[in-house]
Design a protein around this ligand. Structure first.
Ligand SMILES: NC(=O)c1ccc[n+]([C@@H]2O[C@H](COP(=O)([O-])OP(=O)(O)OC[C@H]3O[C@@H](n4cnc5c(N)ncnc54)[C@H](O)[C@@H]3O)[C@@H](O)[C@H]2O)c1
Length: 363
């Protein structure tokens, strides 16, 4: 590709801004177009570009942006329930795409996109930022190289703040998001598959909306999104994983705690601050040999978003894939599997049953 990659951002809300902020740091990129149906948000997106904003073309839909032939690539950061339709003109044009998670709100839609992506001429990449937080990336590398021995258990805890307010409050209802286990937890289900390198076979989830959003009403309707849950996932290779989610625990020291335990050691990563803690087995009553180090994150990347530098490193990898043909690290199949696991967890929480993954469409 000669010259800069011309990138358009579709959806200039909170995550769109974070993408714009990070794209500005990529020397090979020029942001040429923005699309958003909400004038106010489009204006804010434009203003984030500073003086360069006066040259950027703006559109009210992704389709109009693509029809203008001003881009080689797009980032899709519109609400979850729009991803399926926003992607259709992207497939027609064949431009490179980074589509924010979750790929879609239902396994059926995500499977359709996976099939379309199979013959897409551009790079198709699903936004799974958590893989790209440097401490998480390093954690996965160490597990894969055998630091814990034969991996047996993976545990992920996210204890954080409640869902933020979104444009037109789309994130208050499962029909728009896929439900919390899809919307938020697709990240962690993707991480489980990435760490374990196997496919899920069964999911059991106990969860409910017990604390947040109780007094909120939208056109008279109360939100219906889980705010706390425990989920257990069995994998085909025998590894088991657990997700502990709480969305009313913003006071917790670490937002994410990920542990991998094998037959030789346990490895933990704690974010923030990005500490890696290694605890080898030492036998009963012997002195422990715990070591702790902090994995550094480029302060520029940290500053450019609210995901511990992840958006920067993910964009870097996406752009490298566009420029060099480097392998896509988060494929449409990965995006589909994360949605399927989330849908299984939602179904499990609603019915009280353990869900066989074969029950979920798209397998
Ligand atoms: N990877 C992450 O960690 C992460 C974090 C936050 C959000 N997200 C994802 O990013 C996406 C956007 O979330 P957000 O928090 O920015 O929401 P938001 O409500 O702040 O912004 C969404 C924007 O999309 C616009 N929009 C609505 N319909 C559109 C359409 N059909 N085409 C183009 N734009 C449209 C809205 O006007 C709004 O400006 C969601 O899919 C969300 O799940 C990912």
């Amino acid at each position: 590709m000669s010259g800069k990659i011309r990138v358009g951002v579709i959806g200039t809300g909170m995550m769109g801004y974070e993408h714009i902020n990070n794209l500005k740091l990529m020397p090979e990129v020029e942001i040429t177009a923005l699309a958003d149906p909400t004038d106010h948000m489009l204006g804010l997106g434009k203003s984030m570009l500073g003086p360069a904003g006066s040259n950027v073309a703006t559109f009210s839909t992704g389709e109009a942006l693509l029809d203008a032939n001003l881009v080689d690539a797009v980032v899709i950061a519109s609400p979850n329930f729009t991803h399926h339709d926003v992607l259709q003109p992207v497939f027609k044009k064949g431009v490179h795409v980074l589509c924010e998670k979750p790929l879609c709100t239902t396994p059926e839609d995500a499977a359709r996109i996976r099939d379309q992506a199979a013959s897409h001429s551009g790079v198709f990449w699903v936004g799974m930022e958590y893989r790209f937080m440097p401490p998480a990336t390093e954690f996965v590398t160490r597990v894969h190289r055998g630091d814990v021995g034969r991996l047996v258990m993976v545990s992920i805890r996210e204890h954080r703040f409640p869902f933020l307010q979104k444009v037109n409050d789309w994130n208050r209802f499962s029909a728009n998001t896929g439900g919390t286990m899809v919307e938020k937890c697709c990240h962690f289900f993707d991480l489980m598959r990435h760490i374990i390198q196997s496919e899920p076979t069964r999911v059991y989830c106990s969860g409910n909306m017990d604390v947040n959003h109780q007094d909120e009403r939208y056109d008279g309707r109360k939100p219906d999104i889980i705010d706390n849950s425990f989920t257990v996932v069995d994998f085909a290779n025998g590894t088991r994983a657990m997700l502990d989610l709480c969305m009313f625990a913003e006071g917790a020291e670490h937002q994410e705690e990920i542990s991998a335990t094998g037959d030789k050691a346990r490895l933990d990563v704690l974010i923030p601050p990005g500490d890696m803690v290694m605890s080898p087995r030492v036998g009963f009553r012997n002195p422990k040999q715990v070591t702790r180090e902090t994995i550094p994150v480029d302060p520029v990347a940290l500053e450019a978003g609210s995901h511990f530098g992840a958006t920067y490193y993910q964009q870097r990898a996406w752009i490298d894939a566009i420029l060099t043909g480097a392998p896509v690290q988060v494929t449409a199949q990965d995006g589909l599997q994360a949605v399927r696991m989330g849908a299984a967890a939602e179904l499990s929480a609603a019915t009280g049953r353990a869900i066989d993954m074969a029950e979920i469409a798209g397998g």
